[in-house]
Design a protein around this ligand. Structure first.
Ligand code: CU
Length: 329
């Protein structure tokens, strides 16, 4: 009995859907986007390697799922009781048994080789141009630049309240929110601040008061530790994720190749304000980086902010990439 036409259409439809979503994945670069299908755009060699590995494994997964799906359909339609009333008594088939042992081994080797290569790359640490030490605190990140005199940047999350306070006169702020508390207060502030985020070019829950900066096309070693509980330092577009463990120093490295604004968040559940520990890294030209270092050393944070905003003005806020651009190239 032949496989009916609608099953063929279903199988091909599924294959087409998977191919379509993997090749035209709507992924933002440096930030998540609504309805995103894939990973955030890659801007470092490690992130690119992660994307390639992800694509390879995805192809293998889809191929296995389709193959098993076809076998299931054959069993359902060809070997049901009506189509095949007298079943075969076959119990052993040497070649078949060898094949279903050897083929999965080959598949695992095909996955293991690039997997170990990627792991090795993540821990290879090429000679650094810059070293930064990140310290997780409940509930903010602190970044220190030991090569450059050891100045520190403390990054606190920006909240609805901060934007509203900057926008409204103190009496007006008190008049609007003085009588509210708890969830109604939070909801009202969120609603009122919504247009302010876009106006400021900031992202709710992802923007901080003081971003950190790194020069473009330079290898950065990031040492990570914590002052209290375990946190995790992450920028998805850099392919960097490292646990911040109190009393220990862990490390990651990245070499960002595209000027822009890149967001990440603490990514290990660390406590009550876990969601309030975003990280923002601005990748800027060498000149802008040096200017920013000058401002940061002088603790002139408004100038530091202005320098970074100007340095990433053409790319910020980071636009959604509708194609593979920025993903694997
Ligand atoms: Cu956390």
């Amino acid at each position: 009995m032949a496989i009916p036409g609608w099953t063929c259409r279903l199988v091909f439809g599924l294959i087409a859907a998977v191919l379509l979503t993997s090749s035209v994945a709507l992924a933002g670069v440096g930030q998540p986007t609504p309805g995103e299908m894939g990973l955030q755009g890659a801007v470092t060699p490690v992130a690119e390697a992660i994307h390639q590995f992800y694509d390879l494994v995805n192809v293998i997964i889809v191929a296995i799922a389709v193959f098993v799906g076809i076998l299931m359909l054959i069993v359902i339609f060809r070997f049901n009781e009506r189509a095949n009333p007298t079943p075969s008594r076959l119990t052993h088939h040497t070649m078949l048994e060898v094949a279903w042992t050897v083929i999965p081994i080959v598949i695992l080797v095909v996955i293991a080789i690039p997997s170990f290569k990627l792991l090795y790359m993540q821990y290879s640490f090429p000679k650094p141009d810059l070293t930064i030490k990140a310290t997780g605190n409940a509930w903010f990140w602190e970044h220190e630049y030991p090569d450059l005199g050891g100045f520190r940047v403390t990054s606190n999350i920006v909240r609805d309240e901060d934007l509203l306070k900057a926008e409204l006169a103190p009496e007006e702020f008190k008049r609007r929110y003085g009588g509210l508390e708890g969830l109604p207060l939070i909801n009202q502030m969120q609603q009122d601040a919504a247009p302010l985020w876009a106006k400021k070019g900031m992202i709710r829950q992802l923007s901080v008061d003081n971003d950190i900066a790194v020069p473009v096309n330079k290898t950065v070693h990031l040492l990570v530790t914590s002052n209290d509980v375990i946190h995790s330092w992450t920028i998805p577009s850099f392919g960097s994720k490292t646990q911040a463990v109190p009393g220990r120093v862990t490390a990651t490295w990245f070499k960002p190749t595209v000027i822009g604004e890149y967001h990440g968040q603490c990514s290990v559940l660390c406590g009550k304000e876990h969601a309030s520990m975003p990280i923002t890294v601005r990748v800027v030209s060498e000149q802008a980086f040096n200017d920013w270092v000058g401002a940061a050393k002088a603790k002139d944070w408004s100038r530091a902010r202005a320098i970074l905003q100007a340095a990433t003005a053409e790319t910020a806020p980071v636009k959604v990439a509708g194609t593979l651009a920025g993903l694997n190239n």
